[in-house]
Design a binder for this molecule. Sequence first.
Ligand code: NAD
Ligand code: G6P
Ligand code: MN
Length: 434
Amino acid sequence: GVKIVTIGGGSSYTPELMEGFIKRYDELPIREIWLVDIEDGKEKLETVGTMAQRMWDASPYDVKVHLTLDRREALKDADFVTTQFRVGLLDARIKDERIPLSYGMVGQETNGAGGIFKAFRTIPVILDIVEDMKELCPNAWLINFTNPAGMVTDAVVRYGKWDKVLGLCNVPVGAMMAEPELIGKTLDELVYSFAGINHFHWHRVRDLQGNDVTGEIIEKMYSNDSGIPANIHDIPFFLDQVKQMNMIPCGYHRYYYRTEEMLNHMLEEYNDPAVGTRAQQVKQTEAELFELYKDPNLDHKPEQLSKRGGAHYSDAACETIASIYANKNTHIVVSTKNNGAVPDLPADTVVEVSAYIGAAGARPIAFGELPAAEKGWLQVMKNMEQVVEEAAVTGNYALALQAFTINPLIPSGETAKRVLDELLIAHKKYLPQF
Ligand code: NAD
Ligand code: G6P
Ligand code: MN
């Protein structure tokens, strides 16, 4: 049987993960699941972990869910390690959102100054986990969900020197679930190709005759629900611009293609005490979810979890693990080593692309060169991320300032430096490297 270890097991998403594993038990026979958390997440771990065990007990399968604060005990002989932790919990995210916004800049979990600081807090922790894995489960696969998933996954490869890693995101899953019906098709009648980096990818769609139907989907999107995650405000892209690209941008591109409008929306909503920042809204949802999880009669994933932006996350995570284990060669969009699939970026860097997932990991599918505008964006963003990663590993202040300077959502100057300094102080506890 398979041993799964989930780091950040106290997350409210854990039932989503259990549901995905229960659904796939026939192809992925799990023996035991270890949910790992830290002292600060102990209560959450106990509540959601007990709920997770109830889900298995209500299934036909005999799986034991272990709860522990001892990561090393859990990692011993693991087959798959999934990560869904948040260093500093939602209070740290509130600071990532609130501080940049108070200076008139986008305050977001994975973008702009907030995203950079989430990387600073997270990368040292993931590298520690990799060191433990080298010792305790050297053959395991690391399936990373922890944001910023692209940078975290890239850091595992570049600095952790660990290649058996795949980064995942639910955004491509959401697009593939919502779009086909817009043109009266089902997913298996279409061929999807994604390329870019996490939260900054585009995709094209063809039918089984090879005709490009991207434009058709784009036209329909403007009159329908486009399937973007619940956490992103739905300001439409300029139709002319998207038609020119003939690619569908991901929801997060709104922060770059409509910065002005997204910022104005954030200023309005986040500064409204009745609404608050996204993390403040999520805190509310999380409290409701944990109340439900405490109910000893609840043994399935509650509907309310769909209020979180990461809905359907297990469709990516559990399908990836099942595809590796059963050598299924399924098409899944993952963050993995480029190896030429996106020729505009180096071969040894991590990109988010369509890939076939099987026993040997990911085989990325060639996307080809991007048009000039998208290539420019992608190269800036990828290089910005590399500077962030190096700053996260070294604690070098000048590199952090460089990352701020080239990040397109941070206007350079005195104010940017002030935001950097203020975030460094606000997150001091979680930034021992600086
Ligand atoms: P959360 O705030 O509930 O945190 C999850 C758990 O991580 C908490 O119980 C916390 O105590 C624990 N934790 C913190 N530091 C830890 C450490 N050093 N070791 C072990 N556990 C630790 O977070 P959430 O809202 O459930 O999100 C979890 C993570 O998954 C975040 O990083 C989030 O950005 C990410 N996420 C990614 C996607 C995606 O598309 N890739 C989707 C959803 C969530
Ligand atoms: C999206 C992204 C995730 C992100 C999440 C935020 O779907 O893919 O990477 O973490 O939404 O959702 P939340 O409910 O925490 O705002
Ligand atoms: Mn994501």
